[in-house]
Every structure is written in structure tokens, then in C-alpha cells.
Design a protein around this ligand. Structure first.
Ligand SMILES: [Zn+2]
Length: 54
């Protein structure tokens, strides 16, 4: 994934769409970029996974 795309996704999903939590790490949530997969999840159960190759 190119850096610009990664930053766009991080900005778009910086906050949980369900509860508004903007924290990641520990038990709060996950923000992960691996190859073409962007993953953002939250302790409330909200999760999104985006394959930027598609
Ligand atoms: Zn949440």
C-alpha cells in the first residue's frame, strides 16, 4: 500500500464508526497496515478490513 493511501485510510477510520473511540493499542483497538490490507478494529466490536488491491 502506498503511504498516501495508508494515511487517507488512517484519517478516515481514526475514530470508531460505532462508538467514536479514537484510541488504538492495548485493549482499546487495533490499527494495522500490512501489504495491501488495512485493518481497524475497536474494543466495542466494530471492525473494518480493507483490501486496497481490489
Ligand atoms: Zn468502538
Amino acid at each position: 500500500m502506498n503511504a498516501l493511501k495508508a494515511i487517507q485510510l488512517m484519517n478516515k477510520y481514526s475514530k470508531c464508526k460505532k462508538c467514536g473511540n479514537d484510541k488504538v493499542g492495548g485493549d482499546e483497538g487495533v490499527l494495522s497496515v500490512e501489504d495491501n490490507i488495512f485493518i481497524r478494529s475497536c474494543k466495542c466490536g466494530w471492525e473494518i478490513e480493507i483490501d486496497t488491491d481490489k
